[in-house]
Design a protein around this ligand. Sequence first.
Ligand code: ZN
Length: 450
Amino acid sequence: MNAQTAAGATATPFLAELQTLEQCRERIDRAWPLMTELYPVCRSITGAGVRMTLERVAAGIPLEITEVPSGTPVFDWEVPREWNIRGAWIDDENGRRIVDLRDHTLHVMSYSTPVDAVMTLDELKPHLHSIPEHPDWIPYRTSYYRENWGFCLSHRVLAGLRPGNYRVRIDSSLEPGSLTYGECVIPGTSSDEFLVFTHVCHPSLCNDNLTGIALASTLAAGIRASARPRLTYRFVFGPGTIGSIAWLARNESRVDRVRFGLVLGLAGDRGPMTFKRSRRGNADVDRIAEYVLRTAGTQGRVIDFSPYGYDERQLCSPGFNLPVGRLTRTPNNEYPEYHSSADNFDLIDRDALAESLAASARILRIAERNTRYVNLNPKCEPRLGKRGLYGATGGRHPGEFEHALLWILNQSDGSQSLLEIAEKSGLPFELIAAGADALLGAGLLRPENT
Ligand code: ZN
């Protein structure tokens, strides 16, 4: 009988299938259809696009859906009316279609109010947005909290418009409805939580949206396939800003359970990996992520918290100050394709996305295993040989494994975590964790809090 049948649960080690870059690359290839199917969906902060997106995510992992009604006060904000769109286009006076939402979801400014009018080019122009320095790209524009309408188009098309009358139609609705977010919770043996937040509100943008959804979905599926974790994992798929504000408003009484957190997004471009520290700057997740980036063998960088970016702005607002960092590659607004139609699949490097997956999985793995221990035989070194631990290493690095045992025994006075011991010793965290397992098995350690 194997361990699975005995316990009635899988005994697969935590995120075992996301250990190597090759394994992560294979998972990214498997997540690719999720991204390609979600790419054409016209998402916004509310409405059918978000629901459709969450439904597709829920095909891979169970999602608990929350609908927060329009008008609900959430701290200093209010859940907006629900926006839905059926079509949008501009025809010139010869009936030639200049712009059509069917061609690209970025063509209409998100939250555009309905329009059905004929107007001159001069009247129309204030509602047209383009990027002159990249004349073939369509910009991404929103107007969530100020009633307005607009079209986004390539500068080449805009520059070619002749004076005359234009027929403008936006078939949208802004009505009382709700804001939707989804959560996948994987209970651990502890109620301490690892929160992962990713936004689901951008239309056809790939790096800035779909990569975060792909990573979070893949991690959640991987944890669900593992043995029951120590930490409780909570994956939140919600609209940016107002989604995290609404989530915090509804979970205020329980956010003190969040011990670690990551905001995921912008994870597949070719830039180096970036970890943005939590507002605290010295939370466990900051230390873990810095270690992971430093030892990943790739160029990574760690930047300080700033109140600009994604949902870390809300999660790390002073009234919450949650230990939540952000893992991205090139930060928002720091690459030319950002918030434009050029943020498409051409921008994504599957290997880079796999590397982001490997890094985030390792952050979770270290958080899961990063305990402090107490040496139960602290007066002089215990004799490892008589316990079969000296020279019987079973690893590729026998010398290192014995070193790891000595480091753990020496440092485990209850004040040092395994990560701190890994940092001090220069030995890989995984080796230190394996050493701690061996010492636990020999009855030489106990967890600090027991
Ligand atoms: Zn964005």
